[in-house]
Design a protein around this ligand. Structure first.
Ligand code: ATP
Ligand code: MG
Length: 260
């Protein structure tokens, strides 16, 4: 689905991504882990068109998509969610879903004026779709809640729901589990697994929580210092000497690796 070739993204003299090459297989839920500052989010930003690369190429289904802007990638079915949720806080949960660009067929004033009947039918269809998404995510009871009142985890679910309003192919999730309670984290994991199995979404998931990664991801890619260090099953990765070394080297995230 996605192939990254010798990607670099430098900030001044600093090499945040320093020659990373990797593939994300169609139909997989691929994990992306690595110590703080390894370059994971920067890699996501380059793939998703938020940042241009310094050099290197990104391919989607064999097509060179390097440097395409986020909205162009969105139309190709490549979506990313953000570490911090981007909800419209004064709108309801259902309205937030109905606002997803591409879900409705263009809302020019011209159309609104002359095609009232059609717009109303489209809006009804959109509402139905939003309600299906809310059922799928088991948050139908939050339909009329203002998005600003949701808990952190519920906002992450809403973010995931927004990817379901369009025909996504590959979804990049940056730390969906951060700051989310255990129960909600498992609800999010289940939603990801079902989207993968039932709708064929491919996922690439950045996460520090190794329980979450182990339950969800195969394979797992490890980054350190801007490069890909290893790729394999979660259990192989946790026994890989170079990986353990990279985590120990930071002295910070070692506890994540042993699941403490
Ligand atoms: N816009 C920027 N300007 C300068 N340096 C940056 C910029 N964005 C990221 N960096 C640096 O690049 C390195 C990689 O950052 P990145 O956010 O990609 O790491 P990460 O692997 O996502 O880390 P974390 O697990 O903490 O989220 C860090 O040292 C960071 O300070
Ligand atoms: Mg990050």
């Amino acid at each position: 689905m996605i192939r990254v070739e010798d990607l670099h993204r430098h900030f001044g003299g600093f090499r945040a991504v320093d020659g990373a090459s990797l593939t994300i297989e169609t139909g997989s839920i691929t994990g992306l882990i690595g110590p703080n500052g390894a370059g994971k989010s920067t890699l996501f930003n380059v793939i998703a068109g938020v940042l241009p690369p310094t050099s290197g190429r990104v391919f989607m289904d064999g097509e060179d998509i390097t440097g395409l802007p986020p909205h162009a990638l969105f139309h190709k079915g490549l979506l990313r969610t953000f570490q911090l949720a981007h909800e419209f806080s004064s709108m309801t949960v259902r309205e937030n879903l109905m606002m997803v660009p591409g879900a409705q067929s263009g809302e020019t004033i011209w159309k609104t004026w002359f095609q009232r009947g059609r717009i109303e039918r489209e809006e009804a269809a959109l509402r139905k779709k939003a309600d299906e998404v809310l059922d799928f995510l088991t948050i139908r009871h939050l339909t009329h809640e203002k998005a600003g009142n949701l808990s952190g985890g519920q906002k992450k679910l809403l973010e995931l729901g927004r990817t379901m309003m369009v025909d996504a192919k590959v979804v990049f999730l940056d730390e969906v589990g951060a700051g989310v309670n255990r129960t909600l984290l498992m609800t999010i994991a289940d939603a990801i697994i079902r989207l993968n199995r039932e709708r064929g979404y491919t996922f690439c998931v950045i996460e520090h929580d190794m329980d979450f990664i182990g339950k969800l991801c195969d394979p797992v890619i490890v980054m350190a210092e801007g490069k890909v260090l290893a790729k394999g099953s979660a259990s192989d990765i946790m026994q890989n000497e170079a990986v353990i070394e990279a985590y120990l080297g930071t002295g910070l995230k070692n506890k994540d690796m042993v699941g403490a």
